[in-house]
Design a protein around this ligand. Structure first.
Ligand code: ATP
Length: 200
């Protein structure tokens, strides 16, 4: 059983993975909705069949797997298409997340939902933890990590909810502006906080 579900979110490059890796070191179970979404579109899954029915066989690779980049391009400029894709995926992500959480035994778990604000999946979580860093810093990190240029980084950032919307949902915030040793300390403190909350 799980007492508390902590929703972890933050803009691209804010450090969600850096934070969730540190919780994992404390033995905290992590469920990542991005990974659930990938599972759901494996060959043979119903969601993949629905996507092909909706968007055509062009969104598949030669080997029958989802061509993620092509589908992304297809829906990026088309809000109606994006909504249809979300209508296929989001209810299934919710169900699978609930199922996985129900199978866990721990005082608390992290549910990583990068687009928590955009998808309104807040009902899945008891508390929201936002990882935050200034936009310029996030751009620098993403450009270094993914080898993309400033224009691409800016485009991705612009497609996400803004910082204020995200922070407005936060119960706790990680200001990820220091070094990784500072992040270790912040996560250790949050782990104590959540362990105490789960115990009372
Ligand atoms: P995405 O939304 O793209 O999945 P993310 O929020 O998970 O990104 P991370 O991958 O954790 O972000 O961090 C982005 C990059 O910045 C990584 O290469 C990570 O190692 C680095 N990074 C994160 N936090 C720090 C920090 N405090 N100091 C130095 N580097 C950091």
């Amino acid at each position: 059983m799980i007492v508390l579900v902590i929703g972890l979110t933050g803009g691209i490059g804010s450090g969600k993975t850096a934070v969730s890796d540190r919780f994992a070191r404390w033995g905290v179970p992590i469920i990542d909705t991005d990974l659930l979404a990938r599972e759901l579109v494996e060959p043979g899954q119903l969601a993949l069949m629905d996507i092909v029915a909706e968007f055509g066989p062009n969104c598949l690779n030669g080997d029958g797997r989802l061509h993620r980049a092509r589908l992304r391009e297809q829906v990026f400029a088309d809000p109606a298409g994006r909504h249809r894709l979300e209508a296929i995926l989001h209810p299934r992500i919710r169900l699978l997340a609930r199922e996985r959480i129900a199978g866990l035994t721990a005082p608390y778990c992290l549910l990583v939902i990068p687009l928590l604000v955009e998808t309104g999946m807040t009902d899945l979580v008891d508390r929201v933890l936002v990882v935050d860093a200034p936009e310029a810093e996030r751009m620098r990190r993403v450009m270094a990590r993914d080898g993309i240029d400033e224009t691409q980084a800016r485009r991705i950032l612009a497609a996400q909810a803004d910082r204020d919307q995200r922070l407005a949902l936060a119960d706790e915030i990680v200001e990820n502006t220091g070094d990784l040793a500072a992040l270790d300390q912040r996560v250790a403190a949050l782990h104590r906080h959540y362990s105490t909350l789960a115990a009372t």
